[in-house]
Design a protein around this ligand. Structure first.
Ligand SMILES: Cc1cc2nc3c(=O)[nH]c(=O)nc-3n(C[C@H](O)[C@H](O)[C@H](O)COP(=O)(O)OP(=O)(O)OC[C@H]3O[C@@H](n4cnc5c(N)ncnc54)[C@H](O)[C@@H]3O)c2cc1C
Length: 466
């Protein structure tokens, strides 16, 4: 069956307002008889878009079903008064799994590495200069001579790929075993939070944290010009070029195996598809709701511990204190960074600032002596007078699943293939063994798309289009 494809409404890089116009293009044929396609991808976050582009580039007919009005999931950005603002602070691991996956799909990102002047740490409520390179860090004033010597040994350890055996050890256990004084432990814990977003050392895998720190030290991260929306738009564009289709405002409520090993997929408002393969690129909880008949997916959802952060996103006319560009808490789990100082995000002079508190658990919202606005008062006094826009996000799920030591770190993560369910895959930042956060979302999406294409060829399943 040849199906007419709906073109995507493309946005210029860095103009998220256009992306929010990506319209649903429900096909009339879907409303009666189920529409036959090779692949249905549920969810148009980074993982879903990557899975869809990968499969579509292999010549398969692909439909992406997204419950929101716009694609992108947690990677969307907002356009405010000429500035592009991500939802919370964002850094893409340079040359990491995500970056390399994007390049393999023909998506080039533009951006720069943060660093240079204006870096500070916060210790006992005071700002202390934080050296900008690993070499100068060894001369940090807040460390004693003995701690600096200890740090140089630790740096050598942290520059190496960690031993896989550390996957079962918690980050807290690893830190306890290093015999660090409070200031040095605070510094190392800060690196862990900064690179993984997690503040649950008693649960996360030491291997996972050390891998992120190692990658950040060796390759650095990128703040992206035009925000993370630029990735979303580039992936949507690749999807359209490969003749894939995106349906927005299409919430999938059910996915079941039917005759001939095919899958029936239905949305809340009556679209139905008969698909050769399905990729569930949603959180484990959302996946369990879509396939309630599969206990293994429910187990993944039940075992998940979310990584959470409280965020404050701010746009200012100008910076009251241009010398304070980045602050990382050493004895408090806090983050402050002027992202527009590194990436092209705002008209000249304006500043896009992200402030965050890494939350330890669900009940940790608002914990700590300083609220995020009070932190702004402290770091950028008078900011309210030059305020263009602000957004407060009390508890964001940075990832639905922290990488847990109890599950064997990244090596114990599920998918992309769902065991015993031919033609059913999962993708997202909780799936597969490649990278963490957005890197894992992008890499597992591409892996799922690749597996879909391979199983289509090996099974010689009847194709829907062409
Ligand atoms: C505040 C914050 C800061 C972050 N900072 C970083 C960072 O600096 N570096 C980094 O690497 N990562 C970062 N991340 C993580 C990164 O954003 C995520 O890992 C990534 O965006 C997850 O993509 P995903 O496709 O797996 O999931 P999602 O973005 O959650 O996408 C899932 C999509 O599925 C849709 N959906 C759900 N249910 C259904 C349904 N029933 N039917 C149809 N559609 C459905 C959702 O609407 C959504 O669009 C951050 C996240 C947050 C929240």
């Amino acid at each position: 069956m040849h199906t007419k494809k709906t073109p995507l409404d493309h946005a210029a890089p860095g103009s998220p307002s256009k992306a929010t116009q990506t319209h649903r293009g429900h096909q009339e044929s879907s409303r009666g008889k189920p529409e036959q396609v090779d692949v249905v991808v549920v969810g148009a976050g980074l993982a879903g878009l990557c899975a869809a582009v990968t499969a579509a580039q292999k010549g398969l007919s692909v439909v992406v079903l997204e419950r929101s009005k716009t694609p992108g999931g947690y990677a969307r950005s907002t356009l405010q008064g000429g500035a592009v603002v991500n939802w919370g602070p964002r850094a893409l691991y340079k040359d990491g799994w995500g970056h390399r996956t994007l390049q393999s799909l023909g998506v080039e990102v533009a951006g720069a590495r943060p660093g240079g002047d204006g870096l500070h740490a916060m210790l006992e409520g005071k700002l202390v200069p934080l050296p900008s390179s690993l070499g100068t860090l060894l001369r940090a004033d807040f460390l004693t001579w003995r701690q600096r010597a200890r740090l140089s040994g630790l740096m050598l350890t942290m520059m190496r790929q960690p031993d896989e055996a550390l996957a079962h050890q918690t980050w807290g256990q690893w830190l306890d075993g290093q015999d660090l004084g409070p200031a040095l432990r605070g510094l190392i814990e800060m690196f862990g939070r900064l690179t993984t977003y997690s503040n649950i050392p008693q649960l996360v895998s030491a291997h996972a944290v050390l891998s992120q720190i190692q990658h950040a030290f060796r390759h650095g991260v990128l703040y992206l010009d035009g925000g993370w929306q630029s990735i979303v738009e580039a992936l949507c564009e690749r999807l359209a070029v490969a003749s894939g289709r995106l349906e927005t405002s299409a919430r999938v409520v059910r996915c079941e195996r039917v005759a001939d090993g095919r899958w029936s997929v239905e949305t809340a408002d009556g679209l139905s598809f008969d698909a050769g393969q399905v990729v569930l690129a949603v959180t484990p909880k959302a996946a369990a709701q879509i396939v309630p008949q599969l206990p293994v997916v429910q187990e993944w959802a039940d075992g998940a511990v979310a990584v959470r952060a409280q965020c404050l996103d701010v746009v200012l006319e100008s910076l009251p204190r241009p010398d304070v560009l980045s602050v990382q808490g050493l004895d408090e789990p806090i983050y402050f960074s002027v992202h527009s100082e590194t990436a092209r995000l705002a008209p000249k002079g304006q500043a896009v600032i992200h402030v965050a508190r890494y939350l330890g658990d669900e009940t940790g919202v608002g914990k700590g002596p300083l609220s995020l606005e009070a932190m702004m008062d402290r770091l950028q006094p008078g900011w309210r007078r030059v305020l263009v826009w602000k957004r407060s996000l009390p508890s964001m799920a940075v990832s639905p699943c922290a990488v847990l030591a109890s599950k064997g770190g990244v090596f114990g993560r599920p998918g992309p293939a769902v065991p015993g369910q031919q033609g059913l895959f999962v993708a997202g930042d909780w799936v597969g063994q490649r990278g963490q956060l957005a890197c894992a979302a992008l890499a597992s999406g591409a892996q799922a798309g690749q597996m879909v294409a391979e199983s289509m060829v090996s099974s010689d399943a009847p194709r829907a289009w062409g």
